[in-house]
Unconditional design. Structure first.
Length: 246
């Protein structure tokens, strides 16, 4: 099977879903939809965009060295467990439970293939899905490369303690807290009811822009009062209030 690749040139401000291939798209949910079950959404998200570094403890439990496994191979493992879950906030009405792991006869690559809908997720499609999900959620790619075995053991122990503490404290609603903070911020122009209908991408970009604006205002106060010398600022981005997309 040959999958025609599609570019993602459309502005994410204008769409509710982003086409990856002719048969597959990534959905951009609204803030209200995510808040219906925020914990589940971000739990699934963390698996879909996982890196070995972000899942080093879980990999170690099953005897896999996080420095040896590739991002795509981890995705194959996690998606195989996720595919029967409700992934509608990520892939719309696509039936992900029909995907089966197999080999692409054209290049020998391990892929997921949905024979019913003639959809294949290979390494390229996976990378496009992850790129879009990270843009929607402002998620950074976590990559850690320990210098030696001692450093690796230290990182693993540190992450294990962090994970245990997180499990003990329970899930802390990030998006809900952010909504409350922004609604009560002068620069944010939406109320609680209006923000529920914003796409998650629009909401996160507004948050990013407000951060840039506040940072710019604070910097300019320092410049005008003579406490900041702009010639000594290495990162000139703080001298503009625009949050430029990368």
């Amino acid at each position: 099977m040959t999958v025609r690749k599609m570019g993602n040139k459309i502005s994410l401000l204008k769409c509710g879903k982003v086409p990856i291939t002719p048969q597959l798209y990534v959905r951009i949910p609204t803030v209200g939809e995510v808040l219906d079950d925020e914990q589940t959404y971000f739990s699934i998200l963390s698996s879909l965009i996982a890196t070995p570094s972000s899942h080093m403890v879980q990999l170690d439990k099953v005897g896999i060295d996080f420095t040896e496994i590739k991002d795509y191979d981890l995705f194959l493992m996690l998606f195989d467990m996720l595919k029967s879950e409700d992934l509608s906030l990520f892939f719309g009405d696509m039936n992900t439970s029909n995907f089966e792991m197999g080999i692409n006869n054209q290049n020998g690559e391990t892929v997921f293939y949905n024979e019913t809908n003639n959809i294949m997720i290979d390494m390229f499609v996976y990378s496009q899905i992850v790129e879009i999900l990270r843009k929607i959620t402002l998620s950074e790619k976590k990559v850690i490369k320990p210098a030696n075995e001692e450093a690796k053991r230290y990182l693993l122990e540190k992450e294990k303690k962090k994970l245990k503490r997180s499990m003990r404290e329970g899930y802390k609603p990030y998006l809900e807290s952010l909504v409350i903070a922004l609604v009560n911020t002068t620069e944010f122009k939406y109320n609680y009811e209006e923000v529920m209908n914003l796409s998650l991408y629009k909401f996160n970009q507004s948050f990013k822009q407000i951060q840039s604006k506040i940072s710019f205002d604070n910097t300019m106060v320092g410049v005008y009062t003579g406490n900041i010398d702009t010639s000594k600022i290495s990162d000139k981005s703080c001298l503009s209030w625009l949050s430029i997309q990368s």
